[in-house]
Ligand binder design. Structure first.
Ligand SMILES: CC(C)(COP(=O)(O)OP(=O)(O)OC[C@H]1O[C@@H](n2cnc3c(N)ncnc32)[C@H](O)[C@@H]1OP(=O)(O)O)[C@@H](O)C(=O)NCCC(=O)NCCS
Length: 186
């Protein structure tokens, strides 16, 4: 198997993206043990422990080695503090289609840091790497997530109705599908 593309330097002076390191386990656990993340990202363990974070960090390494994902920590460009996460899933490299996902630590929300991270990643995937389509899926009721997509220039393609059962919300959810095409980066 081919590994994921080599990690780029992605920094806009406010946020800086880098691979996860073992020493991030406590910061990941603190951020992910959060009701808002548990509610929307129902595949993430809840409660979330440092051991869960260690497992996750290992998975980010195998995901890179196997060419499935490129997961990044979103850090404060000045202090280095972990603010959130953004990852690219190389869902169809042959067709040049990739997908992103993200979360922010509660104390880092409301400052547009995830939007900045998405813009940086889009520039890499659709620019340098020449992918044609970057997509993301968000619960149609997850307004902050949909706003991040829109602010980063994504267009809503449509809705995947009743696509998943979210046990934490005891309902079947609809995913809004958003895409950004090569040349549309803002
Ligand atoms: C989605 C998430 C990453 C956005 O974090 P963020 O970058 O800090 O985003 P903000 O808090 O700045 O909010 C983004 C937009 O949503 C708006 N927003 C925030 N809370 C809102 C709410 N409850 N209802 C409607 N809009 C809301 C903000 O006003 C902002 O819009 P603006 O840019 O037009 O002002 C963050 O909320 C999060 O981690 N949520 C939990 C995990 C998650 O849902 N991940 C995405 C799964 S698809």
């Amino acid at each position: 198997v081919a590994p994921s593309p080599t990690d780029p330097v992605l920094d806009d002076g406010v946020v800086s993206l880098r691979a996860w390191e073992e020493s991030d386990a406590a910061a990941i656990a603190a951020a992910c043990d959060d009701p808002e993340i548990a509610r929307w990202l129902d595949m993430i363990p809840s409660p979330y422990t440092v051991d869960d974070a260690r497992i996750y960090i290992e998975q980010t390494k195998s995901g890179r080695a196997e060419g499935r994902t490129s997961p990044f920590a979103i850090t404060d460009a000045e202090t280095g503090a972990v603010l959130g996460a953004v990852d690219v899933h190389w869902i169809d490299p042959e067709q040049k289609v990739a997908e992103i996902g993200y979360w922010a630590a509660s104390q880092a929300r409301g400052r547009g840091v995830v939007t900045r991270a998405v813009r940086l990643l889009a520039g890499w995937v659709l620019g340098e790497l020449g992918f044609e389509r970057l997509q993301l899926r968000a619960d149609t009721l997850n307004e902050p997530s949909c706003r991040v997509a829109e602010r980063a220039g994504f267009t809503r393609d449509g809705t995947l109705r009743s696509v998943r059962y979210n046990a934490r919300q005891s309902r079947r959810i609809d995913f809004a599908v958003y895409s950004l095409l090569r040349g549309e980066q803002v």
